[in-house]
Structures are given as structure tokens and as C-alpha cells.
Ligand binder design. Structure first.
Ligand SMILES: N=c1c2ncn([C@@H]3O[C@H](COP(=O)(O)OP(=O)(O)OP(=O)(O)O)[C@@H](O)[C@H]3O)c2ncn1[C@@H]1O[C@H](COP(=O)(O)O)[C@@H](O)[C@H]1O
Length: 107
């Protein structure tokens, strides 16, 4: 299992059972508005880090954002498979469009 899958499963577990001292449980207890606020904050931090900081800081901020996005997905009962499927559909659509365009480009 990849790290994002493992993290998703851990977050799901926190939503189902909660855990003393867990930041994830704290977010679920606070609710969707708090989670959305954190996603917004982490987006801004990614922007600032990208414009002004070292690669390590950018990776840190992107990791914070991904973690909070996963919390939002679990909160909304959206699975990684559903997002993967959507991305695969888009990729297939793009591939088909390019294949359709090819004969015109050759004229
Ligand atoms: N990946 C993360 C992760 N990334 C970021 N964070 C937390 O996100 C918070 C972001 O920091 P901020 O300063 O923006 O927020 P804050 O001031 O602490 O909190 P607020 O008052 O703003 O809500 C920090 O408290 C980080 O610890 C994370 N907390 C947990 N995880 C993982 O989630 C899983 C479950 O961990 P627990 O939540 O500890 O059970 C484990 O695999 C953890 O490694």
C-alpha cells in the first residue's frame, strides 16, 4: 500500500473510533467547517512556500495540504478510488480527443 492509502485508512479509523490526543480526531470533532478552514489555510501556506521558500519547506507544506485534503475526503465519504476513477476518466477523455484530432493535424 502506498503512503497516501495508509494515511487515508488511518484517518478513516480516527473518524470511526477517535483517539485521545489525536489531531485528526480533534478535526472530526470540530466538524466540516473547521476542516474546510484548515484546507484553505494550508493552500495559502503552499502558495507562500512556493514563492519564498526552500524545496524542503514546499514539500512540508504540500504534505500538510494533502493530509488535510484526505481528512476532508474522509469527512465527506469520498474514497481515493473515486478520485482515481475520475482522474482515469479524464485521462481517457484527453487521450481520445488527441486521437480524434490527429487526422486533422495531418491534413
Ligand atoms: N500527516 C499528518 C499531519 N500533517 C499535518 N498534521 C497536523 O496538522 C496541524 C497543522 O498545523 P497548524 O499549525 O496549521 O494547526 P494547529 O495550530 O496545530 O491547529 P489548529 O488550531 O489550527 O486547528 C499540526 O498540528 C500537524 O500535526 C498532521 N496530523 C496527523 N497526520 C497523520 O495522521 C495520522 C493520524 O495521526 P493523529 O491525528 O495524531 O491520530 C498519522 O499518520 C499522522 O502522521
Amino acid at each position: 500500500m502506498k503512503e497516501l492509502d495508509v494515511l487515508y485508512e488511518t484517518i478513516k479509523e480516527r473518524k470511526a473510533h477517535g483517539e485521545e490526543g489525536s489531531y485528526t480526531s480533534y478535526l472530526f470533532n470540530k466538524g466540516t467547517e473547521k476542516i474546510l478552514k484548515k484546507v484553505g489555510e494550508e493552500c495559502s501556506e503552499v502558495i507562500i512556500a512556493t514563492l519564498a521558500q526552500q524545496k524542503e519547506d514546499k514539500i512540508n507544506e504540500l504534505s500538510d495540504l494533502l493530509y488535510h485534503l484526505l481528512v476532508l475526503m474522509v469527512d465527506q465519504d469520498i474514497t481515493l478510488e473515486e478520485v482515481n476513477e475520475e482522474l482515469a476518466k479524464r485521462s481517457q477523455k484527453t487521450h481520445n480527443l488527441k486521437a480524434e484530432r490527429k487526422p486533422i493535424e495531418k491534413l
